[in-house]
Design a protein around this ligand. Structure first.
Ligand code: IPD
Length: 326
C-alpha cells in the first residue's frame, strides 16, 4: 500500500462524523489534520535522529534531570515539543495542545467539543539518553477525551504506526510499504509475552510518603510475580507508546503500567484499539481514563479479562498521589 492510499483513509466516514461534531462553522478537513500529524512526526524524527547521532559521538554529554537520576528530560525533548507545538498552533489556532514538557493540564470540561492534540515529543527519554533504540514521538488527536487519531514514530528503526478512529490501524515499515496491523489472537496469560514498566522514578523519588512508596513497591512486586510464574515471558522496552504499538501489531500480547501520563498512551491506545486489541485499567475500568495513570492493553478481550482478574491496582492512585505530592 502507498501513502496516497493512506491519505484516502483519512477521509473515511467515521472520521468525518467525529470531526464534524467538533468543527461546526467550517469545512471538515481530516486530511489536513492527518498531514499535519505526519509532518510533525517526521520533523521530530529528523531532530531525534540528529540528536542521537550527537549523543553516540559524545556519550558523556550532560543532560538535565527532572526529580531524580531516573526521571530525565533533555534539551531535545524540549526542542522537539516546541517545534511540534509551533506547527500545530500555526496550522490550527483553535485547537488545544497538551504536551509532556509544557505540562499544562486541561480538564475534561475545558476539552469538551474541542480538538485536542496530545503530544509526547520523546517517549522513552531514558532510552534516548542511553541511545537504546526504542524512542518514539507520540502524537494523538482527540475530540475532547474521545481519541480519533494516533501517530507513533520511531525514527531510529524508521517504523511508524498510525490509526484513525473507525478506519483500522496501520504501520509504515522502513522499506516504505504500509501494512494493516492486527493484535495477536492470544487469549491466555500462559501463551502471552507481556511488557510492563516498573515505575522506577517513583521509587527513586525522595518523598516523605515512605509507607506509600513501600506499598506501591509491594503491589508491583505482586504483579511481577504473577507474570514470572504464569506468562510466557516479560519485556521492559522503556516506552509506553511503543509498548502499545507492539501489542497492536502482535509483537507482544499485553502491556500494563501504573504512573503513565496521557501523552505516553493516547496515540498508542487508539492504534491498539483500531488493531482489534482491548484496553482498560488494570482493575477493569474502561474506556481507559486518559489521565488515570493506569493502563492494561491486550491483544484480545479474553486476555484483558483474565489479566484484570490476576493483576491488582489496589489503591494505586492514592499511593501515586501521596508519593508525588509530599
Ligand atoms: C516514559 C516511558 C516509560 C514509562 C514511563 C513514561 P517518557 O515516558 O513511556 O516507558 O515507563 O512511565 O513516563 O518520560 O520517556 O516520555
Amino acid at each position: 500500500m502507498k501513502y496516497a492510499r493512506v491519505l484516502d483513509l483519512a477521509e473515511c466516514d467515521q472520521t468525518h462524523l467525529y470531526l464534524s461534531k467538533a468543527i461546526s462553522n467550517g469545512e471538515v478537513e481530516p486530511r489536513d489534520i492527518f498531514k499535519c500529524a505526519m509532518t510533525c512526526a517526521h520533523e521530530a524524527g529528523e531532530m531525534i535522529r540528529f540528536a542521537i547521532k550527537t549523543r553516540e559521538e559524545s556519550p558523556h554529554k550532560l543532560h538535565d534531570t527532572k526529580s531524580s537520576d531516573a526521571d530525565l528530560v533533555t534539551e531535545t525533548d524540549i526542542a522537539v515539543e516546541k517545534a511540534i507545538r509551533n506547527r500545530i498552533c500555526a496550522t490550527f489556532p483553535d485547537h488545544l495542545f497538551v504536551g509532556e514538557e509544557s505540562n499544562v493540564s486541561i480538564s475534561a470540561t475545558d476539552r469538551q467539543n474541542k480538538v485536542v492534540w496530545i503530544v509526547d515529543p520523546i517517549d522513552g527519554t531514558t532510552n534516548f539518553v542511553h541511545t537504546f533504540p526504542v524512542v518514539t514521538v507520540s502524537i494523538a488527536v482527540g475530540l475532547g477525551d474521545d481519541l480519533i487519531l494516533g501517530v507513533v514514530y520511531n525514527p531510529l528503526t524508521d517504523e511508524l504506526w498510525f490509526a484513525w478512529k473507525g478506519c483500522g490501524a496501520f504501520m509504515k515499515k522502513s522499506d516504505g510499504s504500509v501494512i494493516r496491523i492486527h493484535s495477536s489472537a492470544s487469549k491466555s496469560i500462559d501463551t502471552s509475552i507481556i511488557s510492563t514498566g516498573f515505575g522506577v522514578p517513583m521509587f527513586r523519588r525522595k518523598t516523605k510518603a515512605v509507607k506509600e512508596q513501600q506499598e506501591a513497591l509491594s503491589l508491583i512486586e505482586r504483579n511481577t510475580r504473577v507474570l514470572m510464574t504464569q506468562s510466557r515471558d516479560i519485556r521492559r522496552i522503556g516506552g509506553a507508546a511503543c509498548d502499545l504499538c507492539y501489542v497492536a501489531m502482535g509483537r507482544t500480547d499485553a502491556y500494563f503500567e501504573f504512573g503513565i501520563k496521557e501523552w505516553d498512551i493516547a496515540a498508542g491506545l487508539i492504534i491498539l484499539l483500531e488493531a482489534g486489541g482491548a484496553a482498560s485499567t488494570v482493575g477493569g475500568v474502561h474506556p481507559v481514563p486518559l489521565r488515570g495513570r493506569n493502563v492494561l492493553a491486550t491483544s484480545t478481550e479474553s486476555l484483558r479479562a483474565e489479566l484484570s482478574t490476576l493483576l491488582s491496582d489496589k489503591d494505586i492512585n492514592k499511593l501515586l498521589d501521596a508519593i508525588e505530592n509530599s
